[in-house]
Design a binder for this molecule. Structure first.
Ligand code: SAM
Length: 227
């Protein structure tokens, strides 16, 4: 299954999203992953799902709309409050977890885990206002721990769906997942123009070889990983 961002975005429009200041606005990565989740007909009633790093709750909503039981985790209280508001407005029951991987693992395992983690390489450590996207010098500050924890997040037949930029090394993600006994495949791709975060640090990204001079787009990839 490979879908374009346009198809993904059209899969089921999210509608108006309430966001407290500083909470990640659902973007192309959100839409790409959300479309993939909506297209997976195995997700539905009786399935237990988690949205790790839920932000405004967009992916949790995509999962809950299938009838699945969903928990949404985020390190940010503002994100959790926004996700709560968005799910209440849609009358979707979703459990909230304040925290990250350890807390989500503890509440698991899950049939499906969705994650749109921070993955933009950053010259400086993430701070509160940038932790939705800044992910350390190689963009893998959350991707690596997520891959390592993936087997303990999933039931025996569970699947992890994660979205990242090719800038933050998709092969490394796949190797790390394989090291935990998970087979992965790319299930969706989209070429998107650089947003303000990447545009604002182009010199750094070119300097470190993440972006070629003259490039103005990046590729987003959704991976599906399972045993
Ligand atoms: C790229 S945003 C994605 C938001 C939302 N899932 C979406 O797709 O629109 C990443 C989210 O991860 C959260 N986050 C960052 N580091 C985290 C961590 N260590 N544990 C849990 N959540 C984290 C941020 O607060 C942010 O809401």
């Amino acid at each position: 299954m490979t879908m374009s961002v346009r198809t993904a975005a059209e899969a089921r429009p999210l509608g108006r999203v309430f966001r407290l200041p500083g909470v990640y606005r659902p973007q192309e990565d959100t839409a790409l992953l959300s479309g993939v989740l909506a297209a997976d007909t195995s997700i539905g009633c009786g399935k237990r799902c988690a949205d790790l790093g839920t932000g405004s709750g967009a992916l949790a909503i995509a999962l809950a709309r299938t009838g699945a039981t969903v928990v949404a985790a985020d390190i940010s209280m503002r994100a959790l409050a926004s996700a709560w508001m968005n799910t209440v407005l849609r009358a979707l029951p979703i459990g909230l977890i304040r925290g990250g991987l350890p807390e989500t693992v503890e509440a698991g395992p899950y049939d499906v885990v969705a994650a749109n983690p921070p993955y933009v390489p950053s010259p400086v450590p993430a701070v509160r206002s940038s932790r939705a996207w800044d992910a350390g010098p190689d963009g893998r500050a959350m991707l690596d721990p997520l891959c390592a924890a993936a087997p303990s997040l999933l039931t025996r037949t569970g699947a992890l769906y994660l979205v990242q930029s090719t800038m933050s090394d998709v092969d490394k993600t796949r190797f790390a997942l394989a090291a935990g006994g998970l087979r992965s495949e790319v299930v969706a791709r989209a070429e998107v123009p650089f947003g303000p975060v990447v545009s604002g640090r182009l010199d750094y990204l070119i300097d470190r070889g993440f972006v070629r001079p003259g490039e103005r787009t990046e590729e987003l990839v959704v991976l599906r990983a399972a045993r």
